[in-house]
Structure formats: structure tokens, C-alpha cells
Design a protein around this ligand. Structure first.
Ligand code: SF4
Ligand code: SF4
Length: 84
């Protein structure tokens, strides 16, 4: 599934440059993840890169955007084709 950022976010912007899909953007109070761009890093890394750097562990699974590994990989392939 895609990931989402909770209101615990301190808007430090550490995660944004780590995202290979440019899915993270700064908001007024917390950062946001665009579901259509988040592949949970499938296809590129074994683990989500954003969660590795977040100092307050506020990047979590998004229960309303559940996706299988196959769906995430298909999203990765589509994004790669669009970027080519
Ligand atoms: Fe970006 Fe990966 Fe985090 Fe999704 S899990 S927001 S693709 S760094
Ligand atoms: Fe928010 Fe964590 Fe990203 Fe910092 S690293 S902006 S606390 S989600």
C-alpha cells in the first residue's frame, strides 16, 4: 500500500529528498505523500526510504490506499515509462 504522513510530522523536510518518486511535498504544517506516486519504493529499494530517515516515525501505511506488491510494482513500471 502507499504510505501516508500523520499529524505527528514536524515538517523537517528530511524525507522529501529521499523519495525516488518525488511523491513527498512540504505542506504548511506537515508533509504530504501523493498516493499516485508512492510505490512504497518497490522496484528500487527493499524498504521505504522515507521511513528510514523520519525522526519521529510518523510515516505509516495508508489504510485507505491498500495496494498489493504486484500493484505497487505495476505503478513503479508505469512511473518509469512516463519518466522515460
Ligand atoms: Fe517515496 Fe518510497 Fe516514501 Fe513512497 S515509500 S513516499 S515512494 S520514499
Ligand atoms: Fe515529517 Fe518525518 Fe518527513 Fe520530517 S521526515 S517532514 S517529520 S514525515
Amino acid at each position: 500500500m502507499a504510505l501516508t504522513i500523520t499529524t505527528e510530522c514536524i515538517n523537517c523536510d528530511v524525507c522529501e529528498p529521499e523519495c525516488p518518486n518525488e511523491a513527498i511535498s512540504m505542506g504548511d504544517e506537515i508533509c504530504n505523500i501523493q498516493t499516485v506516486l508512492c510505490t512504497e519504493c518497490v522496484g528500487l529499494y527493499d524498504t521505504p526510504q522515507c521511513t528510514k530517515v523520519c525522526p519521529v516515525d510518523c510515516i505509516v501505511d495508508d489504510p485507505v490506499n491498500k495496494e498489493s506488491q504486484d500493484q505497487l510494482f505495476a505503478k513503479f513500471k508505469r512511473l518509469s515509462e512516463e519518466a522515460a
